[in-house]
Design a protein around this ligand. Sequence first.
Ligand code: FAD
Length: 503
Amino acid sequence: MNMADQPPMPGAKPVRRVVIAGGGTAGWMVAACLSKTMGRILDITLIESDEIGTVGVGEATIPTLLTFHNLLELNEREFMAATSATFKLGISFENWRNVNEDYIHSFGLTGKDHWTAGFQHFWLKGRERQLAGDYGDYCLELRAAQENRFAHLPRNGLNYAFHLDATRYAVFLRRFSEGFGVRRVEGKINAVNLDEATGHIRSLTLDSGASIEGDLFIDCTGFRALLIGQALKVPYEDWSQWLRCDSALAVQTQSVGEAVPYTRSIAHDAGWQWRIPLQHRVGNGLVYCSQHMSDERAKELLLSKVHGEVLTTPRLLRFTPGQRREVWRANCVAIGLASGFIEPLESTSIHLIQRGTIRLMQMFPTMGIRQSDIDEYNQQAQNEIEHIRDFVVLHYHVTNRTDSEFWRGCRTMDIPPSLKHRIDLFRETGRVFRMQNELFAENSWIQVMLGQGITPQQHHQVADLMGDQELAGFLDGIRQQVNRTVAQLPPHQAYVKQYCASM
Ligand code: FAD
């Protein structure tokens, strides 16, 4: 007996008709994943409005996107050619610790761990004895990013992600999803109709008068949160006491010079600027705190800092960093910006869309919606986003910058206790532990904590057991191996061109 033939559990209505409201990156990622994996037992409709359009940003990703693409069995060359993607090995943080200083938060691992202690302890010991270089010297991805090189390596390859054109990505996923039977309806939703007895959504009414009924509704309507927020009135938890930027201006420019395999994040006096190089253009933006910078000043600043001809009119976006208290209520699951938004500093939103989608598949209520599933889904989503929030707050809080009211405020603000504990632990002992199911692993925390200026007061004593010669040999061995591999890699841009051309 297959799933579709099983009788529904008593009291719960089986879910067959799925309605996805919204066709931005979130809507089409959900549609692609659901249709590929469960399309044969579901009837999936996606509604999007050309008039409203999408947020049009969200072009830097992290390596977990490869898992999503593997699940969809996408051809990477086709995806890259269709979305004008480039490779990404990390993020360069410029002016974050001090003006005119930078560091890279790269993907991958740094050095080699000992079973009792992470590599950072040996590196700290090496620094103390003047035997060690920069922490980044021991990370392949970081050095490749610095040298602007990239290639797929046969074994122990580079850990990478992509920069992609968001609009083209939605089009690419739409084609994919329609191939698996997703029905697309163009039109503006003007009413969300609830069943008064159950509080569930019964249907959506479009401007045309058409009514779309469903068993399960996925809210992918972006910041509007038409279903979860406006109709179901699920409150939003505001995190702006820790994440003070609430505005962004985005603009596209012509490419100047070679596309580098990393995102640039350049801090200014009340926010930061992104630069995302694609094959055909560069995505730029300024994320800022409107309390400390006017929109006019932001526009002036952004336009004075971009290179190349400006291709679009700067687009203003407002947001409140935070999370919907429940991302699944009744028969509505919010995914994407409708579910919450931590600002884009660590490129985590697309990852959260993917996580929300995979979690939904794992708990898909084919046999009927159960409160226990809803509670589990919400708990997992909350844990996940709070870890990411702490990681992003770290960048703002641990800084030496005192040159503006914005940075002084970030330095002195109260931070979540979970983050305070991590910082204290690292500062006092050099130790970092990844929490269960947490996105960012130890290496990410260490790179950013060191990069933002924390020097641990201690290291694990196991590193003291190595004599100078042994420690120098250990550190140099790793550094030389990294440098040898990097020297064999071709320039990033040439590699992208050749890779996409050989489809
Ligand atoms: P949207 O793109 O806004 O899509 C909403 C959809 O709902 C649209 O199709 C719209 O037409 C439809 N819709 C809305 N109302 C109606 C209605 N009444 N009727 C019918 N349809 C309707 N994420 C990253 O991972 N990396 C980044 O580098 C990154 N940078 C960002 C920078 C900024 C400044 C911002 C604000 C976000 C960034 N993000 C980033 C987040 C990323 O943009 C989003 O996670 C992603 O684009 C998904 O958006 P969405 O699909 O939820 O919403």
